[in-house]
Design a protein around this ligand. Structure first.
Ligand SMILES: Cc1ncc(COP(=O)(O)O)c(C=O)c1O
Length: 454
């Protein structure tokens, strides 16, 4: 049975199931003991455990600390032990494309066929392909601020300019009239991050409709990044912009991947969904897949296919675990003086406002690293846009033991800082106008070698 057919929206899978002759209790896969720290210290890069000193707790890149689902490991192992690792089809394995199309139709109500799914070597690379297809030098693309840096980076790789539409980080409100005013004759695309990294926001159907209608009215493309759409907490419901109307769907190119919910970041696997055959052909040509210079590894597609086909019980248990951690961590942060935090509706990211402590995001991240021995991602323009300043990003796809230890340490460090600084609960310092520039320069201290991402 497809994971898509066992949509968590409708009913829950049993917590224990038979797998390979054993009974697996999926909830037990998310206990403290399941986090294999020696292996993570060797293998988890991108600002995470392998790049931090041994006494530092890494709540940095959005990448789960738990071993991947047993069903995925089995599929990967079987494929490798069969011994044949030939070239695959340039556009992806037929079985992978079929399972992705079936899943999107069943779970997201996206009208698609396997022939319009292009396997990609990550969501990031799929975003770059869309940008190269839709944009020309000098074009403008509207992106949110804050938002993951890939939105700006993908616009710029095509020679286009990213124009920022603010989201209120406290309320999650998007100024739709403001977005409308950003449209000029140069605007070619609106890029949507839904659910939203780093705010943990699920866009409302009303906002999505407004964006879709704007795109129809002004003949714009929509880049629709749904990589977080399977990490959504009850009772919030996710709606895909590609499902809203045929007119909106026709101009929407959807991106998704397997790094966030199934923890397959190291397999570099994702896909693109094209709205029409013509767009599909264009995307394939731009990707250079037919030359074999680009494309998803067959092994990665096998793992991702197993995730969609057989990973539903594991994912449900992961969500139950994340819900507990979200509630615990957001509650604890909210009780720390001077910290404002919105519990995320989706993602495993917290994005607290720390301005009351009179430090820039980078200064706070540096301080927590030094004083608490906890690594977080500073809300700097380089990673999330200028609207992120004053925040830090804390990723929590880890064990309760690690999160509670990290929060104990953060709380103690903040109390120490508050003592030195005065009553933080009453202080809300104005931002220095050059803060964003300053912190980009300073971020090098935490970021390590260039080319890494949170
Ligand atoms: C919104 C968003 N899009 C894309 C990506 C990149 O995912 P991938 O690992 O598949 O390149 C991320 C990773 O954090 C993300 O948050």
């Amino acid at each position: 049975m497809l994971a898509a057919e066992t949509n968590r929206d409708s009913f829950e899978l049993p917590h224990a199931q038979h797998f390979e002759g054993f009974t697996v209790n999926y909830d037990e896969l998310f206990t403290d003991e399941q986090v294999n720290m020696p292996l993570l210290r060797q293998r988890a890069f991108n600002l995470r455990w392998a790049q931090q000193p041994d006494d530092v707790l890494a709540l940095t890149a959005a990448d789960p600390d738990f071993p991947v689902a047993p069903e995925i490991r089995k599929a990967l192992g079987d494929y490798v032990s069969s011994g044949v690792l030939s070239y695959g089809p340039a556009e992806g394995l037929p079985s992978f494309r079929r399972v992705v199309a079936d899943t999107l139709m069943a779970r997201r109500n996206i009208d698609c066929t396997p022939e319009r799914i292009l396997a990609a070597d990550s969501a990031a690379s799929a975003m770059f392909v869309i940008a190269r297809y839709a944009l020309r030098p000098g074009d403008e693309v509207i992106i949110f601020d804050p938002v993951d840096f890939l939105f700006k980076a993908s616009a710029e790789v095509a020679g286009a300019k990213a124009v920022l539409c603010p989201i209120d980080s406290k309320t999650g409100a998007i100024d739709m009239d403001g977005m409308r005013k950003l449209i000029t004759p140069k605007t070619k695309m609106i890029s949507v991050c839904n659910p939203h990294n780093p705010l943990g926001l699920v866009l409302s159907e009303q906002d999505l409709r407004a964006i879709g209608e704007m795109a129809v009215e002004h003949d714009l493309w929509i880049m629709n990044d749904e990589i977080w759409s399977d990490i959504v907490f009850d009772p919030v419901r996710f709606v895909s912009i590609a499902s809203l109307s045929p007119e909106i769907a026709r101009r929407t190119m959807t991106v998704c991947g397997f790094s966030k919910h199934y923890g397959l970041a190291g397999l570099r696997i994702g896909f693109l969904v094209a709205p029409t055959d013509e767009v599909y052909e264009g995307l394939v040509a731009v990707s250079t897949a037919p030359t074999t210079a680009w494309g998803a590894a067959t092994l990665s597609q096998v793992g991702a296919q197993a995730a969609y086909e057989h990973g539903g019980s594991w994912l449900d248990a992961f969500l139950r675990h994340l819900t507990k951690i979200r509630d615990y961590a957001a509650g604890r942060l909210a009780n720390m003086p001077g910290i404002t935090v919105r519990p995320p509706d989706a993602t495993y990211l917290l994005f607290p406002d720390v301005t009351a402590y009179g430090m820039s995001s980078t200064e706070m991240a540096d301080y927590l690293l030094e004083e608490a021995r906890v690594a977080v991602v500073p809300g700097v323009a380089q990673w999330f846009g200028p609207g992120a300043e004053g925040h830090i990003r804390i990723a929590f796809p880890t064990s309760m033991a690690i999160i509670s230890e990290a929060l104990d340490r953060i709380e103690a460090a903040l109390a120490k800082r508050a003592q030195a600084f005065g009553d933080v609960s009453r202080r809300f310092l104005p931002r220095a106008p050059d803060a964003a520039v300053d912190v980009v320069v300073r971020f090098g201290q935490l970021a390590g070698p260039p080319g890494l991402r949170p």
